[in-house]
Design a binder for this molecule. Sequence first.
Ligand code: PGA
Length: 254
Amino acid sequence: MKLKVIIMRKRLAAGNWKMNMTPSQAKSFISEIKPLLADADSEVLFFVPAIDIQAALAAAEGSNIQIGAENFFYEDKGAYTGEISLDMIRDTGAEYVLMGHSERRTIFGESDEWINKKLLKAIEYGMKPMVCCGESLEIREAGNTLGWIEAQIRSAFTGVSAADAANVVIAYEPIWAIGTGKVATTDQAQEVCGMIRKLIADIYDADTAEKIRILYGGSVSPENAAELFAQPDIDGGLVGGASLKTSFEKIAKA
Ligand code: PGA
């Protein structure tokens, strides 16, 4: 008899502070939320601005809170004024790095090609990558959501091995739900996250698809988190606005 091995994916509650919090504010916020998150069963992570990383890491020391970088450049080093390399981030002790967020794509012009380069570089540096994808309202209304997401994922994972892909976290964030208070319905979120898992099985294999974690992001709040995270293909959330408040505790425990 062949036994099916069930892989339990560890839930992940990730905050994305965006361009908020000074280093001093980062220090006091992490110190304040640290005891509240101590008994969370999920993995807890905050993506913070680069200048806050060290203060946040120092405040999080000895706790279950992980700190990640919201952005980096894919070159190793050199004449890239204002940019931050993975070598610099890794040296701080931060492990997670975020890429492909819709704000980076639309405001700063980051292309699918860049996101692929960033993912390959993050893997090379042994970081824990989180790759975002998501459609605009226009694409959704035209009925092109699944094709759009598939193209973003296929491009981001070009040249990535199955073993490395299994350790990547994917965050599905419909652009129309980001910062708008207009959360996707659980059916909409599950449909796309389920499609992404099938796509990973198609690109790689069923085992990789079972292992990879897929998050939902876009107006996640303490009120809607539990229902979203109860969906079979949603392994947690990427949380913007609500990660700036200590009530993020409720999302991490949802
Ligand atoms: P939001 O942002 O939770 O404020 O909608 C989510 C994100 O941009 O990651």
